[in-house]
Design a protein around this ligand. Structure first.
Ligand code: PMP
Length: 360
């Protein structure tokens, strides 16, 4: 068996330890005689899994007691609609558009009320985070929305926007659990788990309790109301049981690694290896303003499309998978989530150096 270094933006690399544990428990989960895929979500064994998973996430992120943790399906994209349907009480919300995913969320919100684009970095292909210290936040905005880490463009908010007292909602799909976070600064944090946390097919929402109510947009389907999940411990219907189980294993892995402080240090060290190389390379360059660089998604180019394609093909042959940039931007992108080992980035940089020597 040989495993590649997988730089996919998501679904993405998972810790090998976690995959091996899941493999060992596949046929007989802890004496139940069945796999987690096969057991009732109402069983005692699964109840323990979901409770422990939530408890571990609460511990890792130090989630205050007045926040609910919800496990939902439909991907991060369904949240683009659920957020306005549940929270646009005054039919107004402000959006900071720093990439494709924020733009999609903004466009979806426009269907349900007035969504104001109060800042954007679209003028320079989303290569920076706009100054958000003094934004024209609407007086009657129900919330301010950001995508905290922009998976496609490789930018990250290093400081949260000044929302002038309005509730902040953040899509953290591509930076979930990559560093410590002060949950109390947000009204809602949510993300698809398929990047830093587990297999595809689930979103985790962390929502301040007072925001969750029956007062939603008329006609909002039961399964699109946060209250349905909150009142039923995310088990109004059958949840994505196996995904919850896998996420729980990743949470325990992060705890063994030393928690989010340790994860941050590890991620900073790992990203620096790649960024330092890009900064001195004569062939490759990063595409993002330095101070806004993401620790998770690192886009880069050679400046020549043919050379980019050659690099992607040769890197693949050498065991580095999924380095092709997003279809909308081209070039390359290395996603180096929590589970990407240091060694993967070191070897990638060594390969890039060799490629540069041979092709310059
Ligand atoms: N938000 C961000 C930041 C993303 O990176 C993605 C997917 N790559 C999405 C939302 C959409 O996620 P999903 O495919 O789970 O709907």
């Amino acid at each position: 068996m040989s495993r590649v270094y997988n730089f996919s933006a998501g679904p993405a690399v998972l810790p090998e330890e976690v995959l091996k544990e899941a493999q060992a428990e596949m046929l007989d989960y802890r004496g139940t005689g069945m796999s987690v895929m096969e057991m009732s979500h109402r069983s005692k064994a699964f109840d323990e899994i979901i409770s422990q998973t939530e408890a571990d996430l609460r511990e890792l992120m130090q989630i205050p007691d007045n926040y609910k943790v919800l496990f939902m399906q439909g991907g991060a994209s369904l949240q683009f609609a659920m957020i306005p349907m549940n929270f646009m009480k005054h039919k107004k919300a402000d959006y900071i558009v720093t990439g494709q995913w924020a733009k999609k969320a903004y466009q979806e919100a426009c269907k349900y009320g007035t969504a104001n684009k109060i800042a954007t970095s679209e003028d320079k292909t989303f290569s920076y985070i706009p100054d958000c210290s003094d934004l024209p936040v609407s007086e009657d905005a129900d919330y301010v929305y950001i995508c905290e880490n922009n998976t496609i463009y490789g930018t990250k908010f290093k400081e949260l926007p000044n929302t002038k007292g309005k509730d902040l909602i953040a899509d953290v799909s591509s930076c979930f659990l990559s560093e410590p976070v002060d949950v109390s600064k947000y009204a809602m944090i949510y993300g698809g788990v398929q990047k830093n946390i587990g297999p595809a097919g689930m979103v985790i929402g962390i929502i301040r309790e007072d925001l969750i109510s029956e007062d939603v947009m008329p006609g909002t389907p039961t399964m699109m109301q946060y209250k349905t999940y909150a009142d039923n411990n995310s088990m109004y219907n059958t949840p994505n049981c196996y995904c919850i189980y896998m996420c729980g294993k990743v949470f325990q892995w992060i705890k063994r690694m030393g928690g989010l402080e340790a994860m941050k240090l590890h991620n900073e060290k790992k990203a620096a290896i790649l960024y330092d190389f890009l900064d001195q390379s004569k062939m490759f360059s990063g595409t993002v303003v330095k101070e806004d660089r993401s620790l998770m998604n690192v886009p880069f180019v050679t400046g020549d499309q043919d050379l980019d394609a050659k690099f992607v093909a040769e890197s693949k042959a050498a065991g580095f998978e999924n380095l092709k940039g997003h279809r909308t931007v081209g070039g390359m992108r290395a996603s180096i989530y929590n589970a990407m080992p240091m060694e993967g980035v070191e070897k990638l940089v060594a390969f890039m150096k060799k490629f540069e020597e041979e092709n310059l």
